[in-house]
Design a protein around this ligand. Structure first.
Ligand SMILES: NC(=O)CC[C@H](N)C(=O)O
Length: 264
């Protein structure tokens, strides 16, 4: 297959669908944007695509909780179509609000018999955080992050604090290679795995447990992350690109390249 078809799903309040579709297009994919109503009316649309991406924004105005309404719609009304999609060796990406949505769908394998093992809560600062952050990638089987050790990306969210239920759950998620993306700074000890952040604000912009910025499912084919890779496709999007002498592609482009390369 030369160019995977990417379904970029939007809902009322989504605001990153165009740049996310553009990111997949730049990478050689064939994106198509669909409104949730269109997908609910025609679930077979999913089967026509190889990648499902839920982009960032404020779906349903972040009412109740970020991602809750769209997540519930997907979980309750498209259960079978989504599970079939994942089972057929396809990819799912949730960026920021899309991550918040994915957390509620079951696609990230975050629920166990006792309920959710983790959730995304309000930032410790109590406000929207828009800044650039440094991230470490845990080596593993996450398709989107292959070949990336560390990466600089922007975040822009108010409900991005990844909170894990307890230390045992944290250890088991880590042991399974699920904690794929963590905020870092020069003083960070990435070996320590604690419910408390090891990295101080603002390098950890929200106070996430163990500085977690993104997780994948058990297959490595579903990724949810708070940072926005689609906002760093070109070096000149970095605020210090001239002083750093950056040129060419931005670091975020690699995630989309990896997704497309998976189908070649
Ligand atoms: N950029 C986004 O996707 C924002 C996510 C969400 N609406 C929040 O503020 O937490």
């Amino acid at each position: 297959m030369s160019s995977p078809r990417v379904l970029v799903l939007r809902a009322p309040g989504t605001n990153c669908d165009k740049e996310t579709a553009f990111a997949f297009e730049q990478a050689g994919g064939t994106p198509r944007t669909a409104h949730i109503r269109e997908l609910l009316g025609n679930p077979s649309l999913l089967a026509e695509h190889q990648v499902l991406c839920i982009p960032g924004g404020f779906s349903y105005g972040d009412d109740i909780a970020s991602g809750r309404i769209l997540g519930n719609q997907l979980r309750e009304q498209l259960t079978n179509a989504l599970q079939e999609f994942r089972a057929s060796d396809k990819l799912v990406l949730g960026i920021c609000n899309g991550f918040q949505v994915l957390m509620k769908t079951g696609l990230l394998d975050i629920d166990d018999a006792e309920g959710p093992q983790a959730t995304l809560a309000w930032n410790d600062s109590g406000r929207y955080e828009a800044r650039w952050v440094n991230l470490n990638v845990e080596p593993g089987n996450c398709v989107f992050l292959q070949g990336i050790e560390d990466i600089v990306l922007p975040v822009a969210h108010a409900e991005g604090k990844f909170v894990v239920r307890d230390q045992q759950t944290l250890d088991s998620l880590a042991g399974a290679g699920r904690l794929v993306l963590r905020y870092t700074d020069s003083a960070a000890d990435s070996e320590t795995l604690s419910l408390e952040p090891q990295v101080d604000y603002p390098a950890n912009p929200n106070g996430a447990s163990a500085d977690i910025a993104g997780i994948c499912d058990t297959t490595g084919r579903v990724l949810g992350l708070m940072p926005h890779p689609e906002r760093f496709l070109f070096a000149h999007q970095h605020p210090n690109w001239t002083s750093k002498g950056l040129s060419g592609a931005g670091a975020g482009a690699k995630l989309f390249d990896n997704a497309v390369a998976y189908f070649k």
